[in-house]
Design a protein around this ligand. Structure first.
Ligand code: ADP
Ligand code: MG
Length: 304
């Protein structure tokens, strides 16, 4: 569905995207993750045919984007990082302006499409001019615009930036709905937690290079193999005594709590040790690596 081959973009002698090979299957919700400046927007701009690669190719449905930009535009929708509209028009007027570019729809179809989409993004019945919209409303209108041509593949560049938690939730629900309709979704973000909520597979980009690719679970499992164990322990009311064990790498003490980094799961040892001293245990658990940890480890491994 979406494919890149050695996709590269050079700006001023510097590779913003560096030999990217990526395949995304039909129906996937793909999360393209990476810190700011990693090359996400540049990749998306090449995929939607707004800029040309310096080297390499990209394909949508086996159509090479740089050679057939207009053909590709028929099957894709794109929500840019900073979407803009005519502030002195309503949502409906703005969409009506853009939908006219799609010559295949007649006036009745266009009207119907706009109504459907405004309902989908919950802007139906809003008569206010777009100039007075909140960032979240503008973003929703941007999504409606990206869907005007009923695209098979939808690119969203950091769509959750500046959305409040409710806006993020709404977006997530809309994306799930679109995915259920069979659409392929390419979603970029620098926030792992958001991608994790909605995406089926993810790719992590750092310095223009793809450093991880797979389902979220696959990537977590892969990293867990070499990861140390983080154990959280808290006593019922005494201060935490000093804990020593050959497998302990580091301990952070904070009153009744300790956060232990160890080479193996030594919970049994800790519980015996504390109980021998008659110290009650309020909590003793392993902390799973957060997605942020997984992300940081990937970026670090990528040589950043
Ligand atoms: P991201 O979207 O992941 O934050 P970008 O794709 O916007 O990253 O940028 C990747 C790198 O390319 C950055 O170092 C950025 O400064 C550079 N870059 C992006 N667009 C341009 C441009 N039009 N001209 C020069 N450098 C650019
Ligand atoms: Mg960007």
């Amino acid at each position: 569905m979406i494919k890149t081959e050695n996709l590269t973009k050079v700006y001023n002698g510097k590779k913003a995207v560096d030999g990217l090979n990526l395949e995304i299957a039909e129906g996937d919700i793909f999360g393209f993750l990476g810190p700011n400046g990693a090359g996400k927007s540049t990749t998306i701009l090449m995929l939607v045919g707004m800029i040309e690669p310096t080297e390499g190719k990209c394909f949508i449905n086996d159509i090479e984007v740089a050679r057939n930009p207009l053909k590709v535009k028929e099957v894709i929708g794109y929500l840019p990082e900073n979407v803009g509209f005519y502030g002195n028009m309503t949502a409906e007027q703005n969409l009506d302006y853009f939908v006219r570019f799609y010559a295949t729809m007649d006036a009745t179809e266009r009207k119907k499409r706009i109504e459907e989409l405004l309902e989908l993004v919950q802007l139906d019945g809003v008569s206010q001019k777009v100039g007075g919209y909140s960032r979240g409303m503008t973003q929703r209108l941007g999504l409606a615009q990206a869907l005007l041509n009923n695209p098979e593949v939808i690119f969203l560049d950091e769509p959750t930036t500046n959305l409040d938690p409710e806006g993020v939730l709404q977006l997530r629900q809309t994306l799930k709905k679109l995915s259920d309709e069979g659409k392929t979704i390419f979603f970029s973000s620098h926030i792992l937690a958001e991608v994790a909520q909605v995406c089926k597979t993810i790719g992590i980009i750092s310095n223009g290079t793809l450093i991880e690719r797979g389902t979220l679970e696959e990537i977590k499992t892969k990293l867990d193999v070499r990861k140390t164990v983080k154990i959280i322990v808290e006593t019922t009311n005494e201060d935490m005594p000093k804990i020593e064990h050959e497998n302990i790498i580091n301990v952070e003490y904070k009153g009744r709590r300790a956060v232990i980094e160890a080479k193996s799961d030594i919970r049994e040892y800790i519980s015996r040790y504390l109980l021998e001293d008659n110290i009650g245990i309020k909590e003793l658990r392993i902390e799973e690596p957060t997605l942020e940890d997984v992300f940081m480890e990937s970026v670090y491994k990528g040589g950043k």
